[in-house]
Design a binder for this molecule. Structure first.
Ligand code: SF4
Ligand code: SF4
Ligand code: SF4
Ligand code: FES
Length: 667
């Protein structure tokens, strides 16, 4: 590694790696240089001139965001000349700015407001009428108010470079310059809201949040997105018991500030008017509202009677409930109900992958691998639509590290635009010569590769003679956790063989079970009729399955509970309760109360999330792998292939997702 460069900033001796920008060297040493257009991770723009500094020997002030450190450089950020330059730049930026902070969504979080306060003049010398243009709506999600725009081009760059969408550009010249959408007057884009989030002022605002509240009136709760399996952290802004905003501006979690439309806006399913708020019991063919105690007594009594009569139980777990809930559910099924008929909707063949790799455990790629490894092979998946964060991360790997991306998909995908090689179809083997020449590889594959095809893929990886890691893509927020926690007949928590026969999900749905207990899933969504003698469903909504139940128990959403979930790349992350819905209980509470009704609570142990988590930690081995029976059926492994504007059952109850889909249909 090249030796560091020595320089001084404001009289302080500083060392920085060669190639470091002065602004970064200063910030790394606690010296703040104001900036609007500079944004770490995006290309340089040098548009706003806020970052001007004095550099000894230079005739004029220099932009710290484009000046690279050099040996012996002497930089000053605190001279009268610099202060004056900042003041004049702010005066320019405010020339046509409307000063409507009291009604602007950004008020209280606005970088221009902060800078004007710290570096600006108390008054403007401009007396001319300000140029004004009316606000525009670019899409159901994105609104643009040109007079507030300071033309920093962050939005244009995040959309182009970060999202790979290129939906925003600039039109006109001089004071009439404006940001414009890619299709005349409207956007055709991912509707991710990244442009809104990154805008330093209130020029871009969101249809979902605007004019609802002020930042200081909200509580801010960090938790994990309830939708896909990528596992973004989201900060939910809540007010009066409602979620009003989702963002990740503190850049916590694996996603930094990234969120797709679902994480940023589709929290609105949570207070959909059709949320269940009371238990329902079927009487004379109709579901009627009853008290919790009556519903729990009905279910507990029925479970107990069926158990005593030697009845057959089936249990269906969820891709959305927490690890603690899935763990407790399988324990309930196996130890209290004495059944091994337990499964969930599997959306990727993680089980075969772990088995094909066994006994090696270090070849499951982490999320960080998708950003750090030098070559990526994508098999089958349309990442930009189905795994937006992984797509974003791989794009960043390409931009920041020049990673080579290899694409083997049936249809064109966004990754084609920067791929080292594209193969349409499924024939990844034809890329062998290119892949063999790589120093390392991460392979991501979807449900088009399952069963023996997974074993073949792993054999192919082995044959390359380079370190290879894998990601088996799964659909939902806790798809991976449901597998990890043993919600399958063949495997116990931690992928230990159960050694017991048990029905898979499709077999349970076709069987004449005495009792079927469905926790957070909708296996009858395709309209099939139930077969079980007694059906209990825990869910947020009256789904197709719940509508056929004998008892429906209203469940809390992921935003209403504590616990953990595990994303597609195996990171275990913490859920934190942000709000509550009257009448609903968490699935763990419901299971705990049912255990008490049945007199098996002592057998199953405490049911608080922290107690169950401790039990998981102490009793579940790591992903040790084990030989999975070769006859394991994989036909039922099926991804829902949700695009950006769908999210299984939850997506059906999101107004924001509907509004985007409808706006496109209307064109
Ligand atoms: S919402 Fe996302 S995809 Fe659409 S213009 Fe903004 S950054 Fe681009
Ligand atoms: S809309 Fe916001 S992010 Fe885009 S150029 Fe204007 S001020 Fe910058
Ligand atoms: S990429 Fe997935 S986890 Fe991240 S915000 Fe979107 S739906 Fe949520
Ligand atoms: S931050 Fe340097 S010119 Fe904008």
């Amino acid at each position: 590694m090249a030796p560091p460069v020595a320089l001084t900033i404001d009289g302080r001796a500083i060392q920085a790696a060669p190639g470091t920008l002065v602004i970064d060297a200063a910030r790394a040493n606690g010296i703040e240089i104001p900036a609007f257009c500079y944004y770490k991770g995006l290309s340089l723009q040098a548009a706003c001139r806020m970052c001007l500094v004095e550099v000894a020997g230079m005739p004029k002030l220099m932009t710290a965001c484009t000046t690279i450190v050099s040996e012996g450089m002497v930089v000053r950020t605190d001279t009268p000349q610099v202060a004056e330059a900042r003041k004049y730049m702010l005066e320019f930026l405010l020339t046509n700015h409307p000063l409507d902070c009291p009604v602007c969504d950004k008020g209280g979080e606005c970088e221009l407001q902060d800078m004007a306060f710290r570096y600006g003049a108390g008054e403007s010398r401009y007396t001319e009428t300000k140029v004004h243009t009316p606000e525009k709506q670019f899409s159901p999600v994105v609104f643009y108010d040109a007079p507030r725009c300071i033309l920093c081009f962050r939005c244009v760059r995040i959309c182009d470079e970060g999202m790979g969408v290129k939906a925003l550009g600039v039109i006109n010249r001089g004071v009439t310059s404006e940001i414009a959408p890619n299709h005349g007057d409207h956007l055709e884009c991912d509707e991710c809201g990244a442009c809104i989030d990154i805008c330093p002022v209130g020029a871009l605002t969101s249809g979902a949040y605007r004019y609802q509240t002020r930042p200081w009136e909200m509580d801010h709760v960090g938790t994990v997105c309830a939708h896909c399996a990528d596992g973004c952290t989201t900060t939910l802004g809540t007010r009066n018991g409602r979620i009003v905003r989702g963002n990740n501006r503190d850049r916590s979690g694996i996603n930094g500030e990234f969120l797709c439309i679902k994480g940023r806006y589709a929290f609105d399913f949570n207070d959909h008017p059709e949320r269940l708020q009371s238990p329902l019991v079927r009487r004379n063919g109709k579901l009627e509202e009853v008290s919790w105690s009556e519903a729990l007594a009905t279910v507990g009594g029925k479970f107990k009677a069926a158990l005593e009569a030697g009845g057959a139980f089936g249990v269906v777990g969820s891709n959305h409930t927490s690890n603690e809930e899935n763990y407790y559910l399988q324990k309930f099924a196996r130890q209290a109900l004495r059944t091994n008929h337990i499964d969930h909707h599997r959306t990727g063949d993680v089980v075969t992958l772990l088995d094909a790799l066994a006994p090696r455990t270090g070849q499951m790629a982490t999320f960080a691998d998708s950003y750090e490894r030098q070559a990526i092979l994508i098999v089958g998946a349309d990442l930009a639509l189905e795994h937006p964060l992984l797509s974003y991360q791989i794009r960043a790997n390409y931009r920041h590290h020049q990673a080579r991306i290899y694409v083997v998909t049936p249809r064109p995908v966004r990754e084609d635009n920067y791929a080292a090689a594209v193969q349409r179809g499924a024939d990844y083997a034809s890329l062998r010569p290119r892949l063999q020449a790589e120093p390392e590889l991460v392979v991501l594959f979807d449900d088009s590769v399952k069963g023996d095809a997974v074993r073949k893929l792993v054999e192919f990886g082995e044959s390359l003679g380079i370190p290879v890691k894998y990601v088996c893509l799964v659909d939902y927020a806790n798809s991976r956790g449901a597998l990890d926690m043993g919600v399958t007949p063949e495997l116990l928590p931690g992928y230990q063989l159960s050694g017991q026969p048990g029905m898979r999900l499709d077999e349970m749905m076709a069987a004449d079970l005495d009792v079927l207990w469905v926790v957070g899933a909708n296996p009858l969504k395709n309209g099939a009729a139930r077969k079980a003698g007694f059906l209990v469903v825990q869910d947020l909504f009256l789904t197709e399955t719940a509508a056929q139940a004998d008892v429906v128990l209203p469940a809390a959403s992921a935003y209403e509970k504590n616990g953990t979930v595990t994303n597609a790349t195996g990171e275990v992350q913490r859920l934190t309760r942000a709000v509550e819905t009257m009448g609903a209980k968490t699935d763990l509470e419901i299971m705990g109360f049912l255990a008490r009704e049945m007199g098996v609570a002592a057998l199953l142990g405490p049911w608080s999330p922290s107690a169950v988590w401790e039990e998981i930690r102490s009793s579940v081995p790591g992903y040790a792998g084990g030989r999975v029976p070769v006859e394991a059926k994989v036909e039922a492994v099926r991804s829902d292939h949700n695009g950006l504007f769908a999210s299984g059952t939850l997506g059906r109850y999101s107004k924001v997702l509907h509004s985007v889909v409808e706006s496109r249909q209307g064109r």
